[in-house]
Design a protein around this ligand. Structure first.
Ligand code: HEC
Length: 165
């Protein structure tokens, strides 16, 4: 019985909170992302919409995602610095997706695995596997993204965020 009640609470409480929109969307990219996008990769990062104009299917993810849009920016930040806590699992934080963090030397975030290559980055985005072969937390969605969209997104992630805007 307790399990059932807990389950109901898990479903209803966030729905109520989400419905009331308790000011939880302060980092919502719909408000602070660019109004137009320099290229397809940037558009995917902010909106999760591919070249065909349709939302790219994502599996997994969490409530944070349903509240904060479908792109990457809602979780990894418009500046790609990460550090956003994954409501309601506040102990899980999104890692940075800057070129330095992904391809260069870094101590923070996922410092326990080697640098990404474009190939291992695709695997992380599609399958949620990091370069060390470890599964990423399920709060990171797995993206069913087409080859050209993936290429555009990786090109975008390889560009320094400070050179973007
Ligand atoms: C619902 C929130 C959410 C969304 C949306 C999201 N991510 Fe993530 N992502 C995360 C979290 C949380 C992690 C850390 C997982 C872990 O610690 O195991 C992560 C990890 C990653 C990693 C691994 C980084 C590392 O240091 O190993 C990459 C790469 C990544 N995300 C890319 C993306 C891309 C590209 C998009 C958009 C197509 C995206 N993410 C959308 C939450 C999200």
């Amino acid at each position: 019985m307790y399990v059932v009640l807990k389950y109901i609470a898990l479903i209803t409480i966030p729905t109520i909170l989400g419905g009331c929109d308790m000011g939880m969307d302060h980092h919502n990219n719909r408000n602070n992302g660019p109004a137009t996008f320099a290229d397809n990769g940037e558009r995917i990062y902010f909106t999760g919409v591919g070249r065909d104009g349709l939302a790219i299917d994502a599996y997994g993810g969490n409530m944070h995602q349903s509240m904060h849009s479908r792109g990457c920016a809602g979780c990894h930040g418009p500046d790609r610095q990460g550090g956003i806590r994954m409501y309601p699992f506040f102990w899980i934080q999104s890692p940075p997706l800057t070129p330095e963090a992904l391809f260069g030397q870094h101590e923070d975030g996922h410092g326990d695995h080697g640098n990404y290559s474009p190939t291992s980055l695709q695997r992380a985005i599609r399958e949620g596997i990091d370069p060390g072969g470890e599964a990423l937390d399920s709060s990171m969605p797995r993206w069913a993204i087409r080859a050209q969209d993936m290429k555009d997104l990786i090109d975008y992630l390889a560009k320094s965020s400070s050179s973007l805007h």
